[in-house]
Design a protein around this ligand. Sequence first.
Ligand SMILES: [Zn+2]
Ligand SMILES: [Zn+2]
Length: 135
Amino acid sequence: MTEDADWTGGCLCGKRRYRFARPPSTSGYCHCSMCRRATGGPFAVLVRVDEDDLEWLSEPPATFRSSPIAKRGFCPDCGTPLFLRYDDDDRIRLTAGSLDHPERITPSYNYGIESRLPWVCYDDDLPGQPTQERF
Ligand SMILES: [Zn+2]
Ligand SMILES: [Zn+2]
């Protein structure tokens, strides 16, 4: 896939889809407790895109005010968290997990490290297993 190929993503049920043309300006981990709850994971990986570059290919996501300075967007049908947007920033932070090809990004920073969980690690020597269809 080339650098200038379209970037696409969407929610789990497929009813909310987006596209942007330019590579994200940056992406990184956020360990803050709000991202933890909003994603249901130990941290969020957020991908910054100029809002002008982002196009919703479906109805836009539902939003809620997650703090006095930011809103978050999610699919109202399946609940997938899709973005974080600060009121005074014209960049939108998409959830990396909603990208169709999250392997194309390289997270370059950690944010909210005071909230980083002690058991979050990236050790390759832990036992690994691919995602299973059924347990
Ligand atoms: Zn959905
Ligand atoms: Zn956060």
